[in-house]
Design a binder for this molecule. Structure first.
Ligand code: GTP
Ligand code: MG
Length: 344
């Protein structure tokens, strides 16, 4: 292996928020913008995640992001469901993330799962920003597709601006009630101390350049050291979901945050009673959309490196637990790896 042994991995970004506030639409918008730019192939769909490389972020963000200012490779987004019954999936996504976007509908404001997501972020000490979404629904709003917030804001009438400001200050007030000092993102100096609020529309793309710029800047500034990993080293990840998959038996949807998993690796996975020691049978990624009609929704890959989402098929996974650690053994001492999984 001739690769540089240490490299900077992609930060993992969880997208959290109340049901229907626009989490999936926001990711769809980012994917859609890349398609329009003729770069559809550059964004890769992972199991439970979407990888957006730096050059695409820079294309969408326009003047706001100069790729030369960054050395992180991009962002890996994890979408989470907002429905109340998905608490565990939400909290796993939140705990796994290096950073997060809390999506709040500007009209609907704080709702039960907004508060729950905030609590998850608080407990896991995950830095986050708030996307105040659906600004296009403010009565009288004039759309300016895919523009930075400042440009579109300036061209609204006074009345529209006042209405938006009111909603934004209500969100800032709600954050303050929960113990977070927050402000509109362009007034925030220190994103570790203050939460930045970014007005966006997942529908029109307004503010999306700002959102990506802030996420990229936040990662680069505060997260860079944590992103330094030994890419070729034994993989380390977390089980997002345990799923039955036709033709593969029980599989684990895993988010890998360190090292590499190979198709011939031995794994130790956290189980209901004790750690499971197993051999990878297949590493599965979603097929590109165009090939969806083929016999399987998945294609097998030989290896995958952090950060990524991957479905692992292996024997004996029925007792695997969502939220549990996954560790590759490779040339390490098996007992030591088992002890690490037990300790987590
Ligand atoms: P769950 O996954 O169920 O928690 O919802 P979600 O947060 O992923 O919301 P989703 O993206 O599915 O959007 C919910 C609805 O709001 C859809 O009908 C979207 O079209 C709409 N929507 C999302 N973002 C915007 C926006 O910025 N403007 C407008 N007008 N509608 C939006
Ligand atoms: Mg959704």
């Amino acid at each position: 292996d001739t690769r540089d042994p240490t490299s900077l991995r992609t930060p993992i970004v969880a997208v959290l928020g109340h049901v229907d506030h626009g989490k999936t639409s926001l990711l769809d918008k980012i994917r859609g913008s890349a398609v329009i730019e003729g770069e559809a192939g550059a964004i890769t769909q992972h199991i439970g995640a979407t990888a957006v490389p730096l050059d695409i972020i820079s294309t969408i963000a326009g003047d706001l992001v100069d790729p030369d200012d960054f050395d992180l490779p991009g962002l890996l987004f994890i979408d989470t469901p907002g429905h109340h019954s998905f608490t565990t999936l939400r909290s796993r996504g939140g705990a796994l993330a290096d950073i997060a976007i809390l999506v709040v509908d500007v009209n609907d404001g704080f709702q039960p799962q907004t508060l729950e997501a905030l609590d998850i972020l608080k407990r896991s000490e995950t830095p986050f920003i708030v996307a105040a979404n659906k600004i296009d629904t403010v009565p009288g709003w004039k759309e300016h597709e895919d523009t930075p917030i400042n440009d579109t804001y300036e061209s609204q009438t006074d009345r529209v601006r006042e209405r938006l400001d009111e909603s934004l200050y209500e969100i800032i007030g709600n954050l303050s009630d929960e113990g977070f000092s927050a402000d509109l993102y362009w007034r925030v100096q220190n994103f570790q101390r203050n939460v930045g609020v970014v007005p966006v529309s997942a529908m029109t793309g307004e503010g999306v350049p700002d959102l990506l710029t802030v996420m990229m800047g936040l990662s680069q500034r505060y997260m860079k050291e944590e992103m330094e990993i030994d890419v070729a080293g034994p993989g380390v990840g977390t089980v997002l979901e345990v799923k039955e998959e036709k033709g593969f038996g029980t599989t684990i949807d895993t988010v890998l945050y360190d090292g590499t998993i190979r198709a011939d690796d031995t794994l130790v996975v956290g189980g209901q009673n004790e750690p499971i020691v197993t051999e990878v049978r297949a590493l599965l990624q979603p097929r590109p959309l165009a090939e969806i009609r083929t016999e399987s929704r998945f294609e097998t890959v030989d290896e995958v490196s952090a950060a990524s989402g991957i479905k692992v098929a292996a024997p004996d996974l029925t007792d695997a637990m969502a939220g549990a650690p996954v560790r590759v053994v490779r040339d390490r001492d098996l007992e030591e790896v088992i002890a690490e999984v037990q300790a987590e």
